[in-house]
Ligand binder design. Structure first.
Ligand SMILES: [Zn+2]
Length: 179
């Protein structure tokens, strides 16, 4: 984070604190149910992506120019291969809401590693309310990069079927629609 010096303002620090508080709370909630995050291959921790200063964000594949990662309002937690965390979140949306987090849609938060062919799923949670106001929102107008999870059907389609209008996707967060 050394390169972030001069970039991290008091406001960004406050955002980071709020996002960490929300995420740590949610991780405690799921741990109580025996559900734990995976380990990111790059960071070797459960955090797949936290604060991204502008230079880092610009080098991040498909990241939105106004990503919540830039402001400390969004963070990615590594999911398990079977998407334990995302599926727990979809079954416990009231707890996600109680922690003040909004999530990117599961079908836009799993990309396939071109080398191994394995999927690399994560959960993007942010404290900034998306324009749609939806708890689980589509971050992109691009097609989904992963098949639906069983919980999507069980919870009905209403909260998942919001499609951002042209140009609006950048106002929510990064696009993850990587084939
Ligand atoms: Zn993210």
């Amino acid at each position: 984070m050394g390169r972030a010096e001069g970039y991290v303002t008091a406001e960004i620090n406050a955002n980071i604190d709020a996002t960490l508080l929300a995420w740590n709370g949610l991780l405690e909630d799921m741990a109580a149910d025996g559900v734990y995050p995976g380990v990111d291959q790059v960071t070797r921790t459960a955090v797949a992506s936290g604060l991204r200063p502008p230079g880092v964000n610009a080098r991040t594949q498909n990241a939105a120019t106004d990503s919540t990662h830039l402001t400390g309002e969004g963070g990615d937690v590594q999911d398990q291969a079977e998407r334990d965390i995302m599926r727990w979140c979809l079954r416990n949306l009231a707890k996600v809401a109680a922690r003040g987090l909004y999530l990117e849609h599961p079908q836009w938060t799993s990309r396939r590693d071109p080398k191994t062919g394995k999927r690399d799923p994560w959960v993007h949670g942010q404290t900034r309310r998306p324009r749609s106001g939806l708890r689980v929102y589509r971050p992109s107008i691009d097609p989904p990069s992963a098949p639906p999870l069983p919980e999507q059907a069980e919870n009905g389609v209403a909260i998942y079927d919001y499609v951002p209008q042209e140009g609006e996707d950048a106002a929510t967060d990064e696009s993850s629609a990587v084939a």
